[in-house]
Design a binder for this molecule. Structure first.
Ligand SMILES: Nc1ncnc2c1ncn2[C@@H]1O[C@H](COP(=O)(O)OP(=O)(O)OP(=O)(O)O)[C@@H](O)[C@H]1O
Length: 260
């Protein structure tokens, strides 16, 4: 199947940890270039969705398609079999992820952090990878930090490097997992502004887990409310935040606003 009108498709996805069912019969799609934010209570399965897409976890049932191609399975003799490591590695290149804890390589400088994967996984020459990194460093406002090591950068700067590193692979999809939760409050707005600029100037598809409701409101094309591994509401932000239709969404948004 090759349906390029969908960048992501979850079909009847089941995910369990032991006996604990985290996602059950989960269906959703994300269109190319769409910015979709996942919100919902702690433990509702949001991060698990990103981890499945990053192939850090395997599904226990159902399938996931990325760009019209099956991520989770391969066809062998007319039957679907779980994808092998080679297939997962190839598919993973289409997807970038930015984590809460930056996850930069501490022993590499900023330039090496950004060029390592394009050289190793895409086979770019060092010159090509560095030219790409120079442009990205300019985009994230860190042109003067190429030779620094991550430990000498602020959290906000480290997260900008992590964003540049993800974009260096020219991914079709970028997954954002609570990217500002480890930042000092004064650094949050700058990183969110950068992401908003990137989202509005590229065709990248974003899937974002965040507790920053104002950001979700500003940047998302669609917000999906999760509860106990199910999508209970999916709507454009202006609709979901102003007139949520599901009582659990109303409750959740009240609780988040009261905490802020
Ligand atoms: N590796 C794991 N082993 C066992 N249980 C896990 C594992 N990872 C997640 N879980 C459980 O799966 C459920 C969903 O977790 P997940 O991290 O996807 O939720 P979340 O909605 O992202 O929560 P939060 O907003 O707190 O990050 C939780 O009950 C969690 O305890």
């Amino acid at each position: 199947m090759s349906d390029t009108s969908e960048m992501v498709r979850f079909s009847r996805v089941l995910k369990k940890y032991g006996d604990h069912v985290v996602l059950r019969d989960l269906d959703f799609t994300v269109a190319p270039g769409e910015f979709v934010t996942l919100i919902g209570p702690s433990g509702s399965g949001k991060t698990t969705i990103l981890r499945l897409l990053m192939t850090l976890e395997r599904v226990d049932g159902g399938t996931i398609h990325v760009g019209g191609e099956c991520l989770t399975h391969l066809e062998r003799d007319g039957k679907l079999v779980p994808a092998n490591e080679k297939h997962l590695r190839r598919m993973r290149r289409r997807i970038g992820m930015v984590f809460q804890q930056f996850n930069l390589f501490p022993n590499m400088d900023v330039m090496q952090n950004i060029t390592e994967a394009p050289i190793r996984a895409l086979g770019l020459s060092r010159g090509e990878a560095e030219a790409r990194a120079v442009d990205l460093l300019e985009m994230v406002g860190l042109s003067d930090k190429a030779k620094e090591h991550p430990s000498r950068l602020s959290g906000g700067q480290q997260q900008r490097v992590a964003i540049a590193r993800a974009l260096a692979m020219r991914p079709e999809i970028v997954l954002l997992d609570e990217v500002t939760s480890a930042l000092d409050p004064e650094l949050v707005a700058g990183v969110l502004k950068l992401l908003k600029d990137i989202a509005s100037t590229t065709n990248i598809t974003f899937l974002c887990v965040t507790h920053e409701m104002q950001f979700a409101r500003d940047v998302s094309d669609r917000v999906m409310m999760f509860d106990q591994g199910q999508i209970i509401e999916s709507a454009p932000p202006e609709e979901l935040f102003t007139a949520p239709s599901h009582p659990r969404t109303q409750e959740f948004l009240h609780a988040v606003v009261d905490r802020a």
